[in-house]
Design a protein around this ligand. Structure first.
Ligand SMILES: *[C@@H]1O[C@H](CO)[C@@H](O)[C@H](O)[C@H]1NC(C)=O
Ligand SMILES: *[C@@H]1O[C@H](CO)[C@@H](O)[C@H](O)[C@H]1NC(C)=O
Length: 729
């Protein structure tokens, strides 16, 4: 409740509950100066985590609106202040202005203009965005990335769903999905939305993608149907709007975020030196950022690579289409614009000759398009400075354009750049997304990295993956094991000596036991919930990695800690766990493995997820089937998963734990549904019981996306990072 008080001031700005929802994400509080996007977003996530859906929606939308307002204000203020007399920068001193003019007059003029421009920008920002202006609304780079990935829409769709605003939920889901086509959960959710009766096809609209993409696609499609006349207005709009998008991207380059990034990048390379070195350093950063804008504009949401040669290729289509409909003057203007990028382009030159011949007498007024001329000249000016800085100041610059004239590139750099150009990834078709079951997508999605594959582990069907758990999550599971063990000591469910060695104590906890203890209030329910969630996380990764075409089921999950018994460790020769294979009885003498009872013959894949590393010994190792020759070893650490097939190809054991306590989650997966873990389902039901009222009133035949209740929430990191979206979904 106290958290609600925190939102109160903001809620007062928002329309009263029950007021009609505006279509789309229109401003909620027109006129009022926006709050900082960071704060709004953080508050929105807190509201979301607490299940306060309406405030969450309001706050997240405000965050989006505030960020958009910031971008618009930058663009407008930048344009206005550049045009203001007195704030215009002086033209650079010409060769005939003499040395006195350069030193005596130019420098103070430049700096005075810079001061005047800064003043103008500050005032304009304050006028547009309220006290503090743009600086108050600065967006940190982490949040900028989150916005770029459209994460707010993922939260929004869930919150709208909870509020039964299905149309908006579908729009938000679609908006997120467009930029995250690999997001498995969203793909499933989208399918569910499509099946819901309350959602119409028009609901799936994209609330973020700039409209030039739609114009571009429509134009291309019409061209494909030989409809040049119909295509032309779309093609023209696409070009103009993409140029406008480049402008608004460039305006962002002068913001404090870019500055911050440049500082981050400069860390380690020492301080920028004196006044002019600092100015130069900052300026280079701005130029680099501006040069990247064409690539950003040419990159579709959800794609990694830009459409190659975006602007010139649009101009080519335009001149051809204009020629087809017989508008030769337009055709000439556009083909001349192509030649600004590629003066030697054979096809363009030939087309130009042809158009001119068709036109008859030369038309003096015909030149390249003005917008393109401005663009090319400006870009070349920036490249000239960047290459200069590269050659003389050691700056780095990766030219994003293939059309830069060779003469611009310093001799010394040309060879290297040519090589880089040849490696340019988008010279080839950008890689098409692989089928969704591809394990890499799943790893990426889960924030997991593949540390060692089978080859690196000297075997087959083995892998080490890292990043499955945050340190906080390891802490929660360790606490769960500890609490359960202590309760066992009181109740007779005791930590006993290990079945494998007399020198270690062994504590095991199944998911069902954990759920029962949680229900009884003996252990925190958070730990028990997490145990379930994590086992599913391991299962889905193991399936994606090893068995994409055939579902795997958890067959047994066991949280196991082994503790060294003090005073019994010297000269110890045995193992913590002798060498064995998981689904067959290994005969080390013959190297054979009998897949028959008492082995758990239905186990197909095994997983060991480690929770800690503060103990001595305890490495996992793989051997040859002789159980003697060690082929690979893995050191446990929090969040590391060793996954492997359960057969004779993976005999394994654990070295003695000689000090401390080693905890891990052992999981076995099976292809046989009848050997799926009953206890897992029981445990889940047990933990869900008090929350049965969830989903009440939902149309029961709509398989709805599961509401993101706190029980699925990933434990926050110590740093208080907001919960990542994935686990809420
Ligand atoms: C060519 O196109 C321009 C702009 O679309 C238009 O203003 C002009 O009238 C057209 N000329 C002809 C001959 O169609
Ligand atoms: C694989 O074998 C090589 C050579 O025996 C060894 O150096 C390497 O450590 C092994 N890999 C692992 C992960 O143990």
């Amino acid at each position: 409740m106290f958290q609600l008080l925190q939102w109160l001031p903001l809620l007062l700005l928002l329309p009263p509950p029950g007021s009609p929802e505006p279509p789309g994400l229109a401003p909620l509080s027109a006129g009022a100066p926006p709050q900082a996007p960071d704060l709004l977003y953080a508050d929105g996530l807190r509201a979301y985590a607490a299940g306060a859906w309406a405030p969450a929606v309001a706050l997240l939308r405000e965050a989006l609106r505030s960020r958009a307002a910031l971008g618009r204000a930058r663009l407008d203020c930048g344009a206005r202040c550049a045009a203001e007399p007195g704030a215009a920068l002086p033209a650079s001193p010409g060769p005939d202005s003499g040395p006195g003019a350069a030193r005596g007059a130019w420098e103070p003029l430049l700096l005075r203009a810079a001061l005047r421009r800064a003043e103008c920008l500050t005032q304009c920002g304050t006028r547009r965005l309220g006290p503090g202006g743009a600086a108050r609304l600065r967006v940190g780079s982490a949040l900028q990335d989150a916005f770029r990935r459209r994460e707010p829409y993922n939260y929004l769709q869930r919150a709208y769903y909870q509020l039964r605003k299905l149309d908006l939920a579908a729009a938000a889901a679609h908006t997120f999905f467009v930029a995250n086509p690999m997001h498995l959960q969203m793909r499933e959710d989208m399918a569910k939305y499509r099946r819901m009766s309350g959602v119409r096809p028009q609901s799936f609209r994209d609330l973020e993608t700039p409209p030039y993409w739609a114009a571009y696609d429509t134009g291309l499609e019409l061209l494909g149907h030989q409809e040049a006349a119909l295509a032309l207005p779309w093609l023209e709009e696409a070009l103009q709007e993409s140029l406008a998008q480049v402008e608004s991207c460039r305006a962002g380059c002068e913001g404090p975020e870019e500055q911050q990034k440049a500082e981050e990048a400069a860390e380690g390379t020492g301080s920028p030196g004196g006044l002019y070195e600092a100015i130069a350093g900052h300026w280079i950063g701005v130029l680099r950022c501006r040069q990247r804008c064409v690539g950003d504009t040419a990159t579709r949401p959800g794609r990694s690579f830009p459409v190659p040669d975006f602007l010139p290729s649009q101009l080519r289509r335009l001149h051809e289409a204009h020629a087809q409909v017989g508008n030769l003057s337009q055709a000439v203007e556009n083909v001349l614009s192509v030649l600004l990028f590629y003066p030697e382009d054979e096809a363009a030159r030939k087309a130009l000759d042809q158009y001119q011949a068709q036109l008859g007498e030369p038309r003096p007024g015909l030149g390249p398009r003005e917008d393109i001329q401005r663009f090319v000249l400006r870009s070349l000016g920036e490249k000239r400075q960047l290459y200069y800085a590269m050659e003389h100041l050691g700056a780095s610059f990766k030219d994003p354009d293939p059309w830069t004239p060779a003469a611009f590139i310093p001799e010394a750099l040309r060879e290297k750049l040519r090589e880089d150009q040849e490696k340019r990834p988008w010279d080839h078709e950008p890689p098409q997304p692989k089928p969704l079951t591809h394990w890499k997508d799943v790893l990426l999605l889960e924030g997991v990295t593949l540390t060692q594959d089978a080859r690196q582990l000297n075997g087959s069907e083995r892998a080490v993956l890292d990043g499955l758990l945050t340190p906080a999550e390891c802490g929660v599971l360790l606490q769960l094991a500890k609490d359960a063990a202590e309760s066992g000591t009181r109740s007779g469910y005791q930590g006993r000596r290990s079945p494998h060695t007399p020198h270690e104590r062994f504590e095991g906890l199944t998911v069902l036991k954990a759920a029962q203890l949680a229900r009884a209030g003996v252990v925190g329910s958070q730990g028990a919930q997490l145990l379930l969630e994590v086992s599913e996380r391991v299962r889905s990764l193991t399936q994606a990695y090893f068995s994409p075409d055939r579902p795997l089921h958890l067959s047994f999950t066991h949280l196991v800690c082994r503790s060294a018994i003090e005073g019994e460790q010297s000269q110890r020769m045995d193992l913590s766990h002798p060498v064995h294979a998981d689904n067959c009885v290994l005969d080390p003498d013959t190297g054979e493995c009998w897949r028959e009872p008492p082995a758990y013959t239905y186990r197909d894949y095994s997983g060991l997820l480690y929770l800690n590393d503060d103990f001595q010994g305890g490495h996992l190792f793989f051997t040859e089937p002789n159980a003697l020759t060690v082929t690979a070893q893995v050191r446990p650490r929090c969040g590391r998963l060793v996954a492997f097939s359960s057969g004779v190809e993976n005999p394994h054991g654990v070295w003695a734990v000689t000090r401390g306590r080693r905890c891990s989650l052992a999981l076995w997966h099976t292809w046989a549904p009848e050997h799926g873990e009953q206890e897992w389902t029981e445990a889940k039901e047990l933990l869900q019981e008090p929350e049965k009222e969830e989903g009440e009133g939902m149309p029961s035949r709509d398989p709805a996306p599961e509401p993101p209740s706190h029980r699925l929430q990933r434990v926050q990191d110590k740093a208080g990072k907001p919960p990542r979206v994935r686990e809420e979904l």
